[in-house]
Design a protein around this ligand. Structure first.
Ligand SMILES: [Fe+2]
Length: 297
């Protein structure tokens, strides 16, 4: 899969291990460079029992234990976007194993929007400084000897990026499995037309590029799956495959989104993920609280 249009060697096959969280239907990944012990973690999860206000780390601990058992060196923790349906486990994993935490540079737009929604004070920086690296479109970085690049794919949120590592691309929420279609585009800063254009960028990758989803809900009762490829999405994706037009997609997506409930964990997820997965600072009692904006979303 040599392809000079892209700044990575697409003949390199990273080893990809998936971790499925059945509570939020999120798939996290450990991606290993085939030529060294270096690895990256993509879209990890911190567990929350929201009803009880209780945070725990079983999902993140499973990833940590995998990395330790296999003697891997964690170089990157990548967030494909600010998730609205689960809390990120990245800072917890970073504390135990090191590595740099990265997200798209447009995180600043998301921080601006939700800084207002949650009425955060000036101590909440809106400049992305909670992260170690803010990726711009086309930026490359190394995971050991493996070159990765970040492709800007807004639409679901303004900060979404797809990360291409050798012959594997981590699509975040730009696409679901072919029978799952696409993610919603109605969050603040989302845009169905922009999402369609971003999906075309993903579909322009080589047909045999492996695509790894961030979510799967097992439509029509099938087992959970997370891997497909560009050719299969182009042909069979129920929302964009078979050459569906932008006009049709925008109409369908807009009508569908109007009927969707808010994700159960959107309120804690945004407050934590806009801080790179860290909880808000403790108040003067030393306790940590999450807010619920009444009629604010
Ligand atoms: Fe998302």
């Amino acid at each position: 899969m040599a392809n000079s249009n892209y700044p990575v060697d697409m003949s390199v096959e990273p080893e990809v291990n998936a971790f499925f969280d059945p509570v939020t239907n999120t798939i996290s990944y450990v991606v290993k460079d085939p030529h060294s012990n270096a690895c990256a973690v993509i879209d990890s999860v911190m567990d929350i029992d929201y009803a009880a206000g209780r945070i725990s780390y079983d999902s993140a601990d499973a990833i940590i234990s995998y990395i330790k058992t296999n003697d891997l060196e964690l170089e990157w923790l990548i967030e494909t976007h600010v998730h609205a349906d689960h809390l990120s486990g990245a800072p917890y994993i970073q504390e135990k194993l090191g590595g740099k935490l990265g997200i798209g540079e447009k995180i600043t737009v998301v921080q601006e929007t939700f800084g207002k929604v949650f009425n955060e004070g000036t101590e909440f920086q809106r400049d992305g400084s909670q992260f170690d690296r803010l990726f711009e479109d086309g930026d490359t970085y190394q995971i050991g000897k493996l070159t990765a690049f970040a492709m800007y794919t807004p639409g679901h949120t303004p900060a979404c990026m797809v990360h291409v590592m050798g012959n594997a691309a981590f699509v975040g929420d730009t696409l679901f499995m072919p029978d799952g279609g696409s993610a919603r585009a109605d969050f603040p800063g989302g845009d169905a037309g922009v999402l369609y254009d971003s999906i075309q960028k993903v579909l322009a990758l080589p047909n045999d590029m492996r695509l790894f989803m961030c979510h799967d809900y097992g439509p029509n009762g099938r087992d959970i799956q997370w891997e497909t490829n560009v050719g299969a999405e182009k042909e069979h994706n129920i929302h964009v495959g078979g050459g569906k037009t932008k006009k049709d997609f925008v109409k369908f997506r807009t009508e569908r989104d109007a009927q969707l409930d808010m994700p159960k964990l959107i309120i804690p997820s945004l407050q934590v993920n806009m801080r790179a997965g860290r909880l808000p600072p403790a108040d003067d009692s030393g306790k940590t609280f999450l807010k619920v904006p009444v009629n604010g979303l």
